[in-house]
Write a protein that binds this ligand. Structure first.
Ligand SMILES: Nc1ncnc2c1ncn2[C@@H]1O[C@H](COP(=O)(O)OP(=O)(O)OP(=O)(O)O)[C@@H](O)[C@H]1O
Ligand SMILES: [Mg+2]
Length: 226
């Protein structure tokens, strides 16, 4: 089992009220699986993705990634696991506005450390090529269409050659045709053997996956094959 969560909870303490975003999620994902996570707005999908993606830590419960207990890790140790294993595609792209695509996509390699600038650029260009953006290397994010930005954020997620790709609503802001192009990229990555987890509201998008996990009110309500 590549990803295993046991009874994960996440609560946010807002003084007078406590928001229980996750209330006990037990989930196993094998290496190479293609999984869609669905559920109503506010049900905890992004919270779960952030924990699986080592961007956040659970309040209680266990998270074992590739045989290693990560629920206990914090700060730099967590970042190290993230850099090595995970590519994360954010719904709002999270690209840096002031620098071009090569610099944006190189950034995870800067955090990675120990890779010379020339090699970083080379890897970034390769990742941008893989998503069909060779003609946009010098563009800044605001000089791109929404679909191109989404592709750039996929390139950034892939530049570390992670084994796991997590995409939070990757087609949420795109028209249908552009959304299908993005999904074709994810399908290809899945075929290449990457583990792909995609959050979506769109059942057409979820149909690309082989398994659908439905979250409601911070717990898994249903699971089935796509
Ligand atoms: N930093 C935070 N502080 C307080 N509450 C939070 C925080 N982040 C998320 N929440 C709350 O946790 C719950 C789950 O949020 P989450 O973002 O995981 O939902 P979601 O399923 O991704 O929704 P959507 O489909 O709208 O993206 C929501 O009620 C949200 O308001
Ligand atoms: Mg969300």
């Amino acid at each position: 089992m590549l990803i295993r969560t046991e009874n994960l909870t996440k609560s946010y303490d807002l003084g007078a009220v406590e928001v229980r975003a996750l209330r006990g999620v037990t989930l196993g994902i094998e290496e190479g699986e293609y999984v869609a996570i669905m559920g109503p707005s506010g049900s905890g999908k992004s919270t779960l993705m952030h924990i699986i993606g080592c961007l956040d830590t659970p309040s209680t419960g266990r998270y074992v990634l590739n045989g290693a207990e990560v629920s206990e890790l914090k700060g730099r140790a967590l970042a190290r696991v993230r850099n090595k294993e995970i590519g994360f595609v954010f719904q709002n792209f999270n690209l840096l506005p002031r620098v071009d695509l090569v610099a944006n996509v190189s950034l995870p390699l800067v955090y990675h450390g120990g890779i010379a600038r020339g090699a970083r650029r080379e890897q970034a260009v390769k990742a941008l090529e893989a998503v069909g953006l060779t003609h946009r290397l010098k563009h800044r994010p605001n000089e791109l269409s929404g679909g191109e930005r989404q592709r750039a954020s996929i390139a950034r997620a892939l530049v570390n050659e992670p084994s796991i790709l997590l995409a939070d609503e990757p087609t949420g802001n795109l028209d249908q045709k552009t959304g299908r192009e993005i999904m074709a990229i994810l399908d290809e990555l899945s075929k290449e053997g990457k583990t792909v987890i995609v959050v979506t509201h769109d059942s057409n998008v979820a149909a690309h996956a082989r398994r659908i996990v439905e979250i409601e009110d911070g717990v898994i309500a249903r699971e089935g094959r796509a």
